[in-house]
Design a protein around this ligand. Structure first.
Ligand code: TZP
Ligand code: MG
Length: 229
């Protein structure tokens, strides 16, 4: 894959906790999801030790890389480097974006969580490749989210990014997104000057019995124009 020529339309964020993954195997779930049409994957694992995380990252990369799907690591620049994956996703409490860029270099894909307009503008100015904007809707997957911003909050951020000349930064929305609301979120979040580049989901794919069909259903929804537009 060409660095930076990234399709953000269907972004899978993993979760290995039993309530979401169940008895399934994460590598198999990611393999199925990639087969279904997921376009980018983030390994998000808050529990595994470093060596284990690197091992998981390498196992996932063996699935994503041949498919041309970038793999990013949540929080951990060291793990991304050790596993040789395409980038990282950092939150507001993780290593700052400029340091992550300094370590990983210009070709790495670096995404930043933006819960507010301020956070979005700062990350875009500091050179984030994409913003993970949310939390759109409350979700049991991540309970202590700072704020639920809804589609109107996403729309405000998109409009302001464009107004400030930062319209080139890519954007995905996250939080409570599934096949029943994906098109509505994409449609309602759009401002006249800037729309989302994609949606990010955890449970809609990881908790599904069939990650491949969950992925392909979502992929169809994000690629098709909404029926109600
Ligand atoms: N960041 C904001 S909400 C969220 C993260 C990682 C979890 C989203 O999970 P789900 O299952 O797609 O609602
Ligand atoms: Mg983080």
């Amino acid at each position: 894959m060409t660095p930076k020529n990234v399709d953000y339309s269907l972004y899978l964020v993993t979760d290995s906790t039993p309530t979401i993954l169940g008895e399934k195997d994460l590598v198999e779930v990611v393999k199925a999801a990639v087969g279904g049409g997921v376009t980018i994957v983030q390994l998000r694992d808050k529990n595994s030790e470093t060596a284990e995380l690197v091992r998981i990252a390498k196992d996932l990369h063996a699935v994503t890389k041949p498919a041309g799907v970038p793999l990013l690591i949540n929080d951990r620049v060291d793990v991304a480097l050790a596993a040789g994956v395409e980038g990282v996703h950092v939150g507001q409490d993780d290593l700052d974006l400029k340091s992550a860029r300094h370590i990983l270099g210009p070709d790495a894909i670096i995404g930043v969580t933006a819960n507010s307009l301020e956070e979005a503008l700062t990350a875009a100015r500091d050179g984030a490749d994409y913003l993970g904007i949310g939390t759109v809707y409350a979700t049991p997957t991540k309970e202590n989210t700072k704020s639920i911003i809804g589609t109107s909050g996403v729309q405000t951020i998109l409009a302001k990014l464009s107004e400030e000349g930062l319209g080139n930064v890519k954007t995905v929305a996250i939080g409570g997104i599934n096949a029943s609301n994906a098109q509505r979120i994409l449609y309602q979040s759009a401002s006249p000057a800037k729309k989302l580049d994609g949606i990010a989901v955890v449970s809609a794919i990881v908790a599904a019995d069939d990650a491949k069909s969950a992925g392909s259903d979502l992929r169809r929804l994000v690629k098709e124009p909404p029926a109600f537009a």
